[in-house]
Design a protein around this ligand. Structure first.
Ligand code: FES
Length: 159
């Protein structure tokens, strides 16, 4: 008897597309990890195991890749994930203040989740919007030109 498939049919379709697109399982690993993260919200051990099985890779290969890159989550996240850039340009433009605002208003610390589960906060090295900082990505949405007022207005749209 085979084990139950841990992925939804939608994720299985995506994984099959990815597997066809790349020449080896190893080459397909990073996009496959994104699919797993989307499916489960974070890369829990069962998700890593499922990716390894799906791609025919050793679990250790999958685990070491997943833990090397900061965009993969290894803890359960809140309903909305904030990635706040704290690299030099954004820091000069006020990212430190924004980090303080997120702590005061939502009880968020880097790597943590608000007590109500609404937000998780990750700090990012650079999200490619250096000229328009401070910047953050919430889920898949980029927000730039933030200040203490604007960040709260933006986050009001994420329940
Ligand atoms: S330094 Fe913040 S987006 Fe590049």
């Amino acid at each position: 008897m085979t084990e139950p498939q841990p992925f939804s049919p939608k994720s299985v379709a995506l994984l099959e597309e990815i597997r066809k697109k790349y020449p080896t399982g190893r080459a397909a690993l990073m996009p496959a990890l994104y699919v797993a993260q989307e499916e489960f919200g974070w890369l829990r051990p069962e998700a890593l195991k499922a990716v390894a099985e799906f791609l025919g890779l050793p679990e250790m290969t999958v685990r070491s890749t997943a833990t090397f890159y900061s965009m993969y989550r290894h803890r359960k996240a809140g309903r909305n994930v904030i990635r706040l850039c704290t690299n030099v340009s954004c820091m000069v433009l006020g990212a430190g203040t924004l980090k303080g605002v997120l702590g005061n208003v939502y009880g968020l610390a880097p790597g943590g989740t608000s007590p109500d589960g609404r937000f998780s906060l990750e700090v990012a090295d650079c999200i490619g919007a250096c000229g328009k900082g401070p910047a953050m990505i919430v889920n898949d949405d980029l927000h730039t030109g933030l200040d203490a007022k604007k960040i709260l207005e933006v986050l009001e749209n994420y329940k």
